[in-house]
Design a protein around this ligand. Sequence first.
Ligand SMILES: Nc1ncnc2c1ncn2[C@@H]1O[C@H](COP(=O)(O)OP(=O)(O)OP(=O)(O)O)[C@@H](O)[C@H]1O
Ligand SMILES: [Mg+2]
Length: 394
Amino acid sequence: MFKINPYRPGAGLMPTYIAGRDEDIANVGQMFDALIMNIPTQSIIFSGLRGVGKTVLINKLQNIAEEKEIFCRHIEVEERNDFIFQIAACSQAFLRKVSTKEKFKHLIQKPLDAIKSLMVSFNPNENTFSFSLQERELYISINLTQSLTEVFVTIGETAYKTGTPICFFIDEIQYMKQNELGSLIAALHRANQLGYPVMVVGAGLPKVYKMLSEEKSYSERLFLYKEIASLTDEQSKTAIEEPVKRLGISYTDEAIREIIKITRGYPFFIQQMCQVVYKRTDEKIIQGIHIKNNINEFFELLDAGFFKSRYERCAESDKKFVFAMVKCGELPCTISNVAKNLHKSVSAISTTRAQLISKGIIYPVRYKELDFTVPEFTGYIQRLEEYQQWCEEN
Ligand SMILES: Nc1ncnc2c1ncn2[C@@H]1O[C@H](COP(=O)(O)OP(=O)(O)OP(=O)(O)O)[C@@H](O)[C@H]1O
Ligand SMILES: [Mg+2]
């Protein structure tokens, strides 16, 4: 028989109840109000581990901004380099919206030229606009920062004059190239200096903090940087209970304690655990024993999905590096301990380290220290036969 299941494990899947983010939602809501009133406001970047709820949060914020009639666009940066194309396409979409009103048509040409220049100069696959060679000469620029700033300033001016504030929601910011991030910061900074209503709400892995701090000195004032952590016990309880309340189902305190112990309050794990338990239990009151009975299936699902998808992105040398991190015992670990476990020098493994960081598997915690971006990844690696075999050989 079909049974409605209100739990939603999956990348970016909106949960039926968003637990523990009320304060962030209220704060950013106020920032949107300031943006609408043209009171200079900061942009914000959320960072956190895999599955902690960054995408869900920024999607929720986008809904709120759209209700407030802010022009919104969602950008997901991917490892292949298409950020420039995406930001240009979003800016074009803004112009399309504005141009539907006859009285604003004269405000389009300047920003459109800026977008053309950005595309022609920095998007190698540019085929949106057809240019003659001579035109191309006119638009070509060699400076990304200058070009992107021109786009932000001109669309910002149009946003200001038409009373249509803009907010770009940029997910997976860690995949941006450092020079793209630098240019984005400079462009946003200039548009804000001129009092234009353009804002960015971003999300990314903890690595973004380092990326930001390596950029312009004013990036700290431009962006509010907020870490998103796993849910507290109280918040986890609501994440577990609220989705099934309407269905007349409840959990005993013992069951809730068990779930929190196993999931450590990570939203993705809570959704996955509760989905399994709910699917396989027909009682109105879910008890501790029901949780215990389903622990194996929970881990099997995680191992075959959430963890495996990350592990499979590792090349052979990456895997050895990951094994050596796990062998350190405690995380974060130092690069020199990883090197020691691999019987290599620090410099010999620095390329692999950089590769794993850019793939988003590990991140630098403090100077020379490393940790996994995937919560509970250590346990997964320890369950792998490949790891056990490697330990025997090393
Ligand atoms: N506040 C929350 N309350 C309850 N469940 C949540 C919450 N936030 C996220 N989830 C659930 O957790 C899972 C992961 O959320 P999401 O994809 O937003 O994480 P993420 O931080 O973007 O992960 P990644 O770094 O892999 O992109 C989803 O199944 C979602 O439904
Ligand atoms: Mg995400």
